[in-house]
Design a binder for this molecule. Structure first.
Ligand SMILES: Nc1nc2c(ncn2[C@@H]2O[C@H](COP(=O)(O)OP(=O)(O)O)[C@@H](O)[C@H]2O)c(=O)[nH]1
Ligand SMILES: [Mg+2]
Length: 334
């Protein structure tokens, strides 16, 4: 990493004056230059006003982008400033999803109070890009108070939304057997609102019955109350008023009950722990040829029937660390 790389004061000035271009450039920086993240966090936190992050998740093709656009329009109408973060699977075969989302949301993007941004998902599987929470922080400091995060993927990537969002809408569609996939991936745990989209298609009642049945079973097991199940046809713009109302009702609930603050605290806790863990390991690896040394030491300890703790103690005492954030190089920042 080139030493002393940082964000130019002019970019910050423009950002805080409300330049959309500066906002877009900052997001590009968090995507390409993870080593700038500490500086960006330091600068933004005092300006963040407490935007609500709404995760829109579910299997590919169920209508997440269409639903997101419909909810974003309603949020705008209710005088919110809206940020949309769309995480597309960076498929090596097609850039179609990216373009599709951009086109679909174009009807919204002329509006001054909405900002739409696509992020590539780095693992290529969908789900969240590592820069998603930072992009959301940037939107928050820029003055957006409702931030929609659309994420594709099934499984672990989907569960990651939980750490990033205050509220999660899980979108499903009838007639695809997605429910089985979703069940296997454990994503039923994450939805605060279940939305059966494409209710104009056959099979809606069957899906609703299956969902109700599933919740009945799990309620018996966990004594956890079932999330609301709503239906919509996003393409016909039907049922979305109810979804928006339920979303706002739940937002009031999490803010008033203190759960919002608790989520923010736990995100902060996670960030601190992860960063320290990473720095410790990096420092330790440069201190010794860590993996090789541990392998040799383990063999010796076993052979001599010795406890590992003297070695662990000695090694911990050697680790004096200074913070770095060198996860990867800056690709095209300035
Ligand atoms: N029949 C029907 N099609 C829909 C509905 N909502 C979205 N679609 C279509 O489903 C396809 C996938 O939608 P999209 O929003 O891109 O899904 P995503 O991949 O989950 O973001 C598009 O062709 C949409 O026009 C709906 O309510 N009914
Ligand atoms: Mg989409």
């Amino acid at each position: 990493m080139p030493a002393g790389r940082s964000i130019k004061p002019k970019l910050w000035d423009e950002f805080f004056k409300g330049s959309r271009l500066a906002c877009a450039r900052l997001i590009t920086k968090v995507e390409n230059c993870p080593e700038l993240i500490p500086e960006i966090r330091d600068k933004l936190i005092p300006h963040q006003k407490g935007a609500i992050r709404i995760g829109i998740t579910g299997p590919p093709g169920v209508g997440k982008s269409t639903v997101t656009a419909a909810l974003a329009r309603r949020a705008l109408k209710a005088n919110h400033s809206v940020g949309v973060i769309a995480v597309d699977p960076s498929s090596p075969f097609t850039g179609g999803a990216f373009l599709g989302d951009r086109v679909r949301m174009q009807s919204l993007s002329g509006d001054q109070h909405i900002f739409i941004r696509s992020l590539a998902s780095r693992d290529g599987q969908g789900g969240l890009s590592p820069s998603t929470p930072h992009a959301a922080d940037i939107f928050d400091a820029f003055g957006m108070d409702r931030i929609f995060i659309e994420t594709v993927g099934v499984g672990q990537a989907e569960l990651d939304v939980m750490t990033c969002a205050d509220l999660i809408i899980l979108v499903l569609q009838p007639g695809t057997g997605d429910i089985i996939q979703a069940l296997k991936a454990g994503i039923f745990e994450v939805g605060d609102i279940f939305l059966v989209n494409k209710a104009d298609l056959p099979g809606t009642e069957t899906l609703l019955d299956s969902l109700r049945f599933l919740f009945e079973i799990s309620a018996r097991e966990k004594t956890k109350s079932a999330p609301p199940i709503l239906t919509a046809s996003a393409i016909q713009d039907r049922g979305l008023d109810e979804v928006f109302a339920e979303m706002e009702r739940q937002i009031q609930g999490i803010v008033q009950s203190g759960r919002y603050q608790e989520k923010k605290r736990s995100r902060m806790e996670h960030e601190i722990k992860e960063s320290i863990r990473q720095n410790l390991w990096e420092r330790f690896s440069t201190l010794t040829n860590a993996r090789e040394e541990i392998r040799i030491v383990s063999g010796r300890l076993l052979k001599n029937r010795q406890s590992p703790y003297p070695y662990i103690r000695k090694t911990c005492a050697q680790i004096k660390i200074e913070f770095t954030n060198e996860r990867s190089g800056c690709e095209n920042g300035e």
